[in-house]
Design a binder for this molecule. Sequence first.
Ligand SMILES: NC(=O)c1ccc[n+]([C@@H]2O[C@H](COP(=O)([O-])OP(=O)(O)OC[C@H]3O[C@@H](n4cnc5c(N)ncnc54)[C@H](O)[C@@H]3O)[C@@H](O)[C@H]2O)c1
Length: 497
Amino acid sequence: MKSPLVHAVDVLGTPAEARHLAGELAARLADSPDVESVDWDKASASWLCTLADGGRGRLALAAPADPAAAPERTYRIVATFEQGTPPVAEAFFAAARQLPFTSTEVAAAVSELPLTSRLADRWPDKPLAGTGLLLTIHHMRDFLVLVDSLLGLGVDPAHMTVIDKEYPYAHTHRVDAHLVQRYGTTVWRYRDLREGIEDHIERVAAAGKRSVVMDDGGYVMPTVLRELPEQAGHFTGLVEQTTSGIRKVEGLDLPLPLFSVAESDMKGMIESYGIADAAVRNTLRLLPDEQFEGQAALVLGFGRIGHEVARVLEMRRMRVAVFDADITRLVAAHEEGFLTGRSLEQLVRTHRPRLVIGCVGSRSFGAREARLLPERSFLVSTTSRNFEFDLEELRADSTAVTDRGMLGTGYQLAGGPELVVLGHGMPINFHYAESLSNRYVDLVLAGLAVGAVALARADERLRPGHNVAATNTILAEAGIIDDYYRLYGPAAGGERG
Ligand SMILES: NC(=O)c1ccc[n+]([C@@H]2O[C@H](COP(=O)([O-])OP(=O)(O)OC[C@H]3O[C@@H](n4cnc5c(N)ncnc54)[C@H](O)[C@@H]3O)[C@@H](O)[C@H]2O)c1
């Protein structure tokens, strides 16, 4: 007999909140076309779900047996699939995963993002009421606080569309469920990007509105300009939060203003360290039994993130080499004390890193270099999607490729070492994680909303194309950086200088 399949989610809340959430889920399951009936079974204190094709599932609200080992007020919602075919199991779990957050959980996130959550107090005149919003921001709890604030700034939820990038964040499904069930926003998956954009335009244009894009990785405008050019006029502005997005729009003739949080001083000077630290922390969390101190590491790309990654690894007592295709960056890395070289292949051959962290933003490392690594090496990326390593080449050159579950993918290179591409080559700080802490990311999220407000108000300093200087000015004027300093700067009375 096959073992039952289980999906368990820990939720935080009062007993009433936990009961309400589980009850709501049972009711939704009962409405799902893949579930024939849901009945409360008193004897087992759980809902018995009769599924299609004679399948059977169960839903229960449980509490940890050892409350001291879990955060305060933890409940566990457990969905068990006891009998049936794999497609029936898939449909059952797809429905059972849709669990919004409790009020307790939302209140905690709101308190951790004081800048973002109070934006509506800054602009009580609802500056976003006349605009639609199309967003591709990472699906983490912090994003919900941003969405809540954007709604507070006047956006109609029916005119807001979110593209789910489909990264495996710590709470992807719960964030999706919250967006749809609590805020009434439309969510499209990244794989259906173009359809999602078309649907958004149709919905918002029917209400006589145009839209601002809040993008994270240059997904929307390149698609619009290449595949739907006649629709480009629907958009009035673009807020971009990451360098890879800037690169993607660089070759395009942007017909609208770009509010470049990605290139702002705020993002470069404050956030890069956090991303680097989160990337290294999650790498170590995934490899708790490895010994990296004293070992060789290689960082690809000495840009804003790579520079910080190299420093974080050095602080973790690794021997760090750096490669950058740009000679000025290479000299900078050398003068900061890192081992460098003009040839990547030569550097890998002599330094023999067990840990390679890619921070270039595009393809930088393939089978030719991987072949020179020592046994049991790890490739880790901070770059958007899986663009950093040539995974197809690694696959083609391997005698065995193994799925290592949460860890990533293992490659046994023919006549070469065995290595693991951590997180399947996706940005490691988001891999079953939430990257930066909420308090840290607060400033950047608030900055994105500042951009949306400036674009919706047609701030005349923002002209079609890039607006780095104007972005810096508008961000500084908004006062969010002052507030961040007040919150996390030197304590009152303790200021130096
Ligand atoms: N994981 C995250 O949370 C997160 C956040 C923001 C950005 N990113 C990703 O990180 C990437 C890097 O961001 P950044 O701000 O550090 O960019 P950056 O432009 O400051 O740095 C990129 C560096 O790579 C170098 N480079 C370019 N091509 C190279 C090659 N083939 N080999 C070696 N070096 C090369 C460049 O000279 C530059 O120094 C982005 O493109 C984005 O995909 C990830």
